[in-house]
Design a protein around this ligand. Structure first.
Ligand code: F6R
Length: 232
């Protein structure tokens, strides 16, 4: 894995956005895999600033909650509309979420994902592949780990119904992306990022599967990279 450590989370997001925007400028028909959550919000802000043409781009999101209406503010489609889709020239029919089946086939049919943006869960999950997920897993319905429910409770009002299940891209699906950007920011991710880097590659730490991918850039801020030694 190719590690890039930046001074701040904004800088890390900026670097990520530059990589994605540069790719889109040379590859207008790019297929992008996208993440939600707190980490990539600034990436999307910066991509919008680049004024990239999204008219031929197709996007595949990593996951979607089960049990929330599509227009619920915490659905991942609503998140993407708010942070990116409503601000760029993308057609809704070119934006895909893993609901309704046939997701892996759809990705394969368009030629696969060119660049997959990933965040890292504090328990080592990528997408909603929680610890114990099979490395052979495809897109499917999953139960969220208690840690994930706890981490994501910050996005829900007190007393509001919070989903405990989701559809997620599988680990095998993610590994088929041609390039992966793992964006990790904040001191609270430092321990798990070290675990990912040090291995072992194990289903106990789903993100460790990325050690087996030949084209992964880890873009981290100093806080998240605190326990790593090899810095670029
Ligand atoms: C989101 C996703 C998750 C998040 C992870 C980190 O689509 O797939 O794996 O990337 O939970 O979330 P944040 O960025 O909120 O810390």
């Amino acid at each position: 894995m190719d590690l890039h450590v930046l001074d701040s989370s904004d800088d890390a997001c900026f670097v990520c956005a530059n990589i994605l925007s540069d790719y889109l400028k040379t590859t207008p028909q790019a297929k992008l895999g996208l993440a939600t959550g707190g980490t990539p919000e600034a990436v999307y802000r910066s991509i919008i600033d680049h004024k990239v043409d999204f008219s031929q781009v197709r996007t595949f999101n990593l996951d979607e909650y089960i049990g929330l209406p599509e227009n619920h503010p915490q659905s991942y489609r609503a998140y993407m509309e708010k942070h990116l889709f409503s601000k760029v020239s993308i057609a809704t029919e070119n934006t895909y979420f893993p609901i309704g089946g046939g997701y892996d086939l759809r990705i394969k049919t368009v030629g696969g994902i060119d660049i997959q943006l990933l965040g890292l869960g504090s328990n080592g999950h990528i997408a909603f592949n929680e610890p114990g997920s099979s490395f052979n897993s495809k897109t499917r319905r999953v139960k969220l780990a208690p840690q994930t429910i706890q981490d994501n409770s910050r996005f829900f009002e007190p007393g509001e119904l919070q989903p405990v299940e989701a559809f997620t891209m599988g680990l095998a699906t993610i590994m088929q992306a041609k390039q992966i950007l793992l964006l990790v920011t904040g001191q609270h991710k430092a321990e798990i990022l070290k675990r990912v880097f040090d291995g072992p590659v194990s289903e106990d730490c789903p993100a460790s599967i990325l050690l087996n991918h030949s084209n992964v850039k880890v873009i981290a801020d100093k806080a998240a990279a605190e326990y790593l030694t090899a810095c670029v």
